[in-house]
Design a binder for this molecule. Structure first.
Ligand SMILES: [Zn+2]
Length: 434
C-alpha cells in the first residue's frame, strides 16, 4: 500500500502573530517567547508554546531549532511595481517629472518577455530576501509582463497578486491601451486568477492616465469579476490632485472619480491616500476599500505625510507598501521605520506592534485574504519569516538590553533590513536563506 506521506515539520523560536488590530484591541498580539510552529503539507497545523505542543509531535520528529530568533508571518507588501526595479533611486523633482523621465522609458522594455522574466526573477529574489512572501504588484501595460511575473512566482509557489496596467491617455503612444478595449485584462483574469497561488488585480495606473470610457469599463470589468483585486493610486501629491480636479470636474474629490465608476469595494487597494479628506476616508471604510501606505516613496518624492490618526478615526483598513521604484527599499522593516517617522511628523504615534500587524494580518485583512495568509491560525498557508535579533552588531547590542516585546520589535523595525531576515518560507518550503 502506498500513500503520499504528509510532510510535517516543526520550528522552535519566539512566535509573534495577531488576531486583531493592536490599535483597537489590547489583546491583539499573540506572543510565545518559547514557541513552536507546526507545519503540515504547506499549512499551519498549530502554533503556541513549545511546552504545550512538543508532546503532539510524532516520535523522532525534532523541531528545527531557531531559539533566539523571532518567527513572524511572511510580510505582505500591498503596493509596488516590479518593472521599476531597475530605476529605484532615480533622481527627479516630484512624481510627474519622475514618471516622464524614468518610469515610462523603463516600462517600455516589458513588451519583451525575456527582459520581463529576468526582472521578475530578480524582483522576487529581493522580496524574499526581505521576508516578503506576498505582494500586490503592478506590471506594465504589456500582457507579456503579467505572464512573465506569474510564471516566475508560480515556479516558486508564491502567493502573489498582480495585474496589467491600464492606461489610455496622458502617456506615450508606446504604452497606450486601445481606448475602450479591456480584452487583454479580461483574458489575463481567465488565464491567471486563482491559478495555483496567483491572484489577479485589475490595475488602472491612476485616474489621469485613463479616459472616462476606460474607467467606466474598468468598473464594469471589476463588477463581472467580484473576487478579483483592484489596485490604483490616489491623492499622492498636490499637483496630481489639482490635475485630477481639472480632468474630472464632475467628481467631488480624486477618490470620488473611482467611486463613481464602481472601483471602490472589498479587495480594492488604493496607494498613498495622503490628501484624502474625512468624507473620503468614510467612503474608504463604507466600501471596504483599503489604503496602501507607502512612506519611503512619499518622503522620496516629497509627496506628503500619511495621516494615520485621521484614517484610524474612520477605521479605514490600512497596510504598508514599499512602492518600489519610487520607494527606496524592498524591506518592510525599513518601511516601518519611515512609517514611524511619518506618523511622528503628523503628531501621532505608531507602536511597533501596530507596524508588525500592518505588515502581516492587517495587510491580509485589507486584501480579504486573512482566511489564507497573514497569521498562524490552523489551516493558513505556512508563509513565514525567521528574524534574527543578532543580525548586525548594532542590532545585537540593542536587542541584548531590550525591556519587553515592544522594545524588541521596535529595534527590529528601526534597525532591521534584509540582513535581519535569516530565512523565508513559502507554503512550508524554504525559499530564502541568508
Ligand atoms: Zn505606485
Amino acid at each position: 500500500m502506498s500513500t503520499a506521506t504528509p510532510t510535517l515539520q516543526a520550528y522552535r523560536a519566539s512566535l509573534l502573530h495577531f488576531r486583531a488590530d493592536p490599535a483597537f484591541d489590547d489583546a491583539a498580539a499573540l506572543w510565545h517567547e518559547d514557541g513552536l510552529l507546526v507545519v503540515e503539507d504547506g499549512r499551519v497545523k498549530a502554533a503556541g508554546d513549545h511546552a504545550a505542543l512538543v508532546s503532539t509531535l510524532p516520535p523522532g520528529l525534532a523541531p528545527v531549532d531557531y531559539r533566539g530568533k523571532v518567527i513572524v508571518p511572511g510580510f505582505i507588501d500591498t503596493h509596488l511595481h516590479y518593472p521599476q526595479t531597475d530605476m529605484i533611486a532615480s533622481p527627479a523633482p516630484g512624481l510627474l517629472p519622475w514618471l516622464e523621465t524614468y518610469t515610462f522609458p523603463t516600462e517600455r522594455q516589458f513588451g519583451d518577455p525575456l527582459h520581463a522574466r529576468a526582472t521578475a526573477e530578480f524582483f522576487l529574489d529581493e522580496l524574499l530576501r526581505c521576508g516578503t512572501t506576498t505582494a500586490m504588484v503592478y506590471c506594465t501595460v504589456h500582457p507579456e509582463s503579467v505572464d512573465a511575473f506569474f510564471e516566475a512566482s508560480a515556479a516558486r509557489n508564491l502567493r502573489m497578486v498582480a495585474g496589467k496596467v491600464l492606461m489610455d491617455r496622458n502617456c506615450p503612444d508606446f504604452l497606450r491601451d486601445v481606448e475602450g478595449d479591456l480584452g487583454q485584462s479580461e483574458a489575463l483574469i481567465g488565464k491567471w486568477h486563482k491559478r495555483g497561488r496567483a491572484l489577479y488585480a485589475i490595475t488602472p495606473r491612476f485616474a489621469p492616465t485613463s479616459t472616462d470610457i476606460q474607467l467606466r469599463l474598468t468598473g464594469e470589468l471589476a463588477a463581472r469579476h467580484p473576487d478579483t483585486f483592484i489596485q490604483t493610486h490616489v491623492s499622492e501629491n498636490q499637483d496630481e490632485c489639482r490635475w485630477v480636479g481639472e480632468l474630472f470636474p464632475q467628481a467631488r474629490s480624486y477618490l470620488d472619480v473611482y467611486d463613481q465608476v464602481g472601483l471602490m469595494r472589498p479587495r480594492a487597494l488604493f496607494g498613498h491616500c495622503i490628501w484624502l479628506d474625512d468624507d473620503d476616508f468614510a467612503r474608504m471604510t463604507a466600501t471596504g476599500s483599503a489604503a496602501a501606505v507607502c512612506p519611503t516613496s512619499n518622503l522620496f518624492l516629497g509627496s506628503g505625510l500619511f495621516d494615520f490618526a485621521r484614517a484610524d478615526a474612520a477605521k479605514t483598513l490600512l497596510s504598508l507598501g514599499t512602492d518600489v521604484g519610487a520607494g527606496t527599499s524592498f524591506s518592510l522593516l525599513q518601511t516601518m521605520n519611515e512609517a514611524y517617522k511619518v506618523a511622528r511628523l503628523k503628531g501621532s504615534y505608531l507602536p511597533a506592534l501596530r507596524m508588525f500587524y500592518l505588515a502581516t494580518l492587517g495587510a491580509a485583512r485589507s486584501m480579504r485574504l486573512d482566511d489564507t495568509i497573514g497569521g498562524f491560525a490552523p489551516g493558513l498557508e505556512a508563509d513565514f519569516v525567521v528574524l534574527d535579533p543578532q543580525a548586525t552588531p548594532l542590532l545585537a547590542r540593542r536587542t541584548g538590553n531590550c525591556d519587553g516585546l515592544e522594545e524588541l520589535l521596535f529595534a527590529l523595525a528601526l534597525l532591521g533590513d534584509d540582513r535581519t531576515v535569516m530565512a523565508t518560507y513559502s507554503a512550508g518550503q524554504e525559499v530564502h536563506r541568508r
